[in-house]
Design a protein around this ligand. Structure first.
Ligand code: TNX
Length: 762
């Protein structure tokens, strides 16, 4: 390790601030807090005084010191909050820790609040205990910090429709976001499965739309569907909302309420079926996915929505209201005389433009009230409403288009910002929607697409992590899915691009985890478990490499199907496997297992490690992976796409040619496809095989047996081809993507994904 790295590592632990400050200058010595300290605030500035009391309340319980809050000028040791008008960015601050005292300078209380978050993270984690912790040295390492965020928007979302979370948890969530300098909370309040905000003008939203008769069990794609038979629901009263809004304000978090339209509204239609095209009846949805129903575009709907939004505006002081706009199925509009009349009257070109008309009208209404709209990237379709801000979730494309049209953009693409995806390969993970989004992938996200020029780049306002809760039944699991990934995203949104370093982040996080423990945060520890990587071994077989972020921990593994324990071999270098089997590994510390066990199936088949060529490159999201993952001996996951073992195509077919090296008999070729329409992934419409001796002339044998079977979890498809007695050196596989997704299914109108996993040749 170089000296430079050592320095980094040391400062990484002494100054474990998350997100990493823009400028941090370590200084020798420390400031030891004591009973003698006071907190001093600028005089005559109530907001600053409030902040002083907030700081006192933070420090008092664990230290047991009195922490009087005084106006500036009273002699003695102090943590001084200083209003400094020369600091222009309201979120920027300077924090100066010297042996004699601490100074916090900011132009606005928000900056001072962030300085306090940094200061708090420099204190021992026991500070967070909330009760007296005697015997701790309350020392802060000396430092000079000059800090400001990279992006003005740093947010987390929470879906409270699919599952309801009590007001206390909402506040706790906001507290944890603010602690990591996130400044927006996107509250997804309405959806097909429940309406969760009290609207006084429409009591049936509370009586009917806030409840569903039962809830789907298991995964959306498991068939047959099972339900739990238990009524479920809840909503936030306006009093609770006001209390939460005030709490968020005190933590410098702006809440963005989302009222979904024109789709994802079945719960509202269950209460007021007259707002639909058909008149219903409907029930609040009981399973996941998307539904055909949409608000009808007749006047009555706009009256309803304007009344609802007027109440919403009265509760939320922030500038932005999120109006959804995603996944609206337009079949009902096509067959509705009212909507067709609207299309004619407004001279619109079909239903796509009718959605655009809908959003524009709502935008105009909110604009007249001094508010702006945010919508999911579908609001681009049929023309973007003026002044609308776009939340780009289906990749970066929507964000790029909106920025080019001069609109503000918040980036939240599924591949790096969807925290409902799995975060590790461990079998112990709770059921999730699918996908694979480990901590380092979140951390590695760069929100400004390289396609944008400097002017357009400025329209990228920031990033947001989304927590959809179809598979997140309670607060504990919400915390588990959100953390620590939200902390990684907080650093993406706050820290300068050039300062991002995953190694440093991981070390700071390890230190920080003690603080999270004190706060009782149910964060996932999987990031500190074991990672696997595989390469074909020289001379055949597969070589597995194991690693962990946990410094000082050892990795132990087995290859005989037994769980690793303290007597299992310790990993010291690549493990070579010559036969099919399973590798299990975990980290160990002080003789005890310190992580969950990961399991890696290994399949040493005829094509494992052989050269493979792809005619069409995979989709750009997958292009960082080599084609060899299709034949590296590691089967792709049955539940997680984007696990590094799946490659994807949308438009072009998957066409792969494998060179087995020498002419040999081939008994079977197994193809592995993901199959989860809920997330737009379909098996191929057709798959074919051909063989060759020379790599030039390929032929498809007659009488080839083909069998398709569902994988163990029901979300993959295994197709096995058995050619009757054939010898070949080359195998060519062609798989045709499914094409456009049919109406009524999630992602309708889009190209389906084709995901191809290990190609197993026996
Ligand atoms: C798509 S993201 C949705 C949500 C689902 C989510 C699950 C978006 C705008 N719509 O309704 O909950 O996928 O990941």
């Amino acid at each position: 390790m170089s000296c430079q790295n050592k320095g980094k590592e040391k400062s990484g632990v002494t100054y474990a601030i998350l997100p990493e400050p823009a400028k941090l200058q370590p200084k020798p010595g420390q400031c030891r807090l004591s009973e003698a300290f006071q907190i001093s605030c600028p005089g005559g500035m109530p907001e600053w005084e409030q902040l002083g009391h907030y700081l006192a309340a933070l420090l008092r319980p664990a230290t047991g010191f009195a922490w009087p809050v005084n106006e500036q000028g009273i002699p003695g040791k102090a943590i001084a909050l200083i209003a400094d008008a020369s600091i222009v960015n309201p979120e920027a601050y300077r924090l100066h820790v010297a042996p004699g005292g601490i100074r916090i300078c900011a132009g606005h209380p928000a900056g001072a609040f962030y300085a306090i978050q940094s200061l708090r993270q420099l204190l021992p984690p026991e500070l967070e205990a909330g009760e007296l912790r005697p015997g701790i040295s309350w020392a802060v390492p000396c430092v000079e910090i000059e800090d400001a965020p990279r992006f003005p928007y740093r947010g987390m979302h929470l879906d409270v429709s699919r599952h309801f979370f009590p007001p206390e948890f909402i506040k706790r969530y906001i507290k944890l976001l603010a602690m990591h300098k996130m400044n927006h909370f996107h509250w997804h309040l309405t959806d097909d499965q429940g309406w969760r905000i009290e609207i006084k003008g429409y009591p049936k939203l509370q009586e009917i739309a806030a409840y569903r008769k039962e809830t789907q069990e298991g995964h959306y794609s498991s068939q047959p569907r099972r339900y739990d038979g238990r009524p479920y629901g809840g909503y936030y009263t306006q009093e609770e909302v006001k209390d939460i809004v005030a709490y968020a304000q005190s933590r410098f978090v702006t809440i963005i309420p989302e009222i979904e339209m024109p789709g994802h509204c079945q719960a509202a239609l269950a209460a007021y079926p007259e707002l639909s095209c058909t008149g219903g009846p409907f029930e609040t949805a009981t399973h996941w996915g998307i539904f055909e129903e949409a608000f009808c575009t007749r006047e009555a709907t706009f009256q309803f929505l304007e009344n609802v939004l007027s109440e919403v505006i009265g509760l939320f002081p922030g500038r932005f209201i999120h109006i959804g706009g995603d996944e609206c199925f337009k079949g009902r509009w096509k067959n509705c005389p009212g909507c067709q009349q609207r299309i004619r009257e407004e001279g619109l070109n079909g239903e796509q433009e009718l959605q655009s008309y809908f959003i524009r009208r709502i935008e105009r209404f909110l604009h007249s009230k001094g508010r702006g709209i945010i919508g999911w990237d579908e609001i681009l379709e049929g023309g973007l409403a003026p002044r609308a801000t776009v939340m780009s979730w289906r990749g970066a494309e929507g964000g790029i288009a909106a920025a080019r049209q001069g609109h503000g953009v918040i980036m939240a693409p599924t591949s790096t910002c969807y925290f409902d995806y799995y975060q590790s390969m461990s079998d112990e993970e709770p059921l999730a929607i699918g996908g694979y989004l480990p901590l380092e992938n979140v951390y590695g996200y760069e929100p400004v697409p390289p396609e944008l020029n400097p002017e357009e780049s400025l329209r990228i306002l920031g990033v947001q992590g989304n927590l959809w809760t179809e598979y997140i039944p309670d607060a504990r699991q919400a915390e588990y899915m959100a953390f620590p990934r939200a902390i990684a995203l907080a650093e993406v949104g706050w820290s300068p691009k050039g300062k991002r370093d995953f190694g440093s982040f991981a070390r700071r996080l390890m230190h920080h985890s003690r603080r999270l423990d004190e706060l009782g945060v149910e964060y996932s520890r999987q990031a500190f478990g074991v990672r696997t990587a595989a390469v074909p071994a020289e001379g055949g077989g597969v070589e597995i490499r194991l690693s962990t972020l946990k410094e000082g921990a050892s990795i132990r593994y087995t290859t005989d199907g037994q769980e690793p324990d303290n007597h299992s071999p310790e990993y010291s270098g690549p493990v070579k496997l010559m036969r099919d089997g399973v590798l299990m590994a975990a980290t160990f510390e002080g003789g005890a297992r310190a992580s969950s066990i990961i399991r890696q199936e290994i399949s040493v088949h005829r094509a494992a490690g052989r050269p493979i060529r792809l005619k069409h490159p995979p989709h750009s999201d997958y292009r960082h992976l080599p084609a060899s993952v299709l034949v590296n001996g590691l089967p792709a996951s049955e539940t997680r796409f984007k696990d590094g073992e799946w490659l994807a195509w949308q438009e072009a077919p998957m066409e792969a040619t494998i060179d087995l090296g020498i002419l040999q008999p081939i008994e079977s070729v197994g193809l592995h496809f993901f199959n989860d329409p809920g997330v737009w992934i379909y098996p191929p419409s057709a798959a074919s095989l051909s063989f060759s001796d020379d790599g030039a002339i390929f032929h498809t044998p007659e009488n080839m047996e083909e069998r398709a079977e569902a994988g163990a979890q029901g979300r993959t498809q295994h197709r096995t081809f058995r050619p009757a007695s054939i010898r070949a050196r080359y195998i060519r596989i062609i798989a045709q993507p499914h094409g456009i997704i049919a109406e009524g299914a999630p992602g309708s109108g889009h190209l389906a994904w084709l995901l191809v996993g290990e190609i197993v040749v026996r």
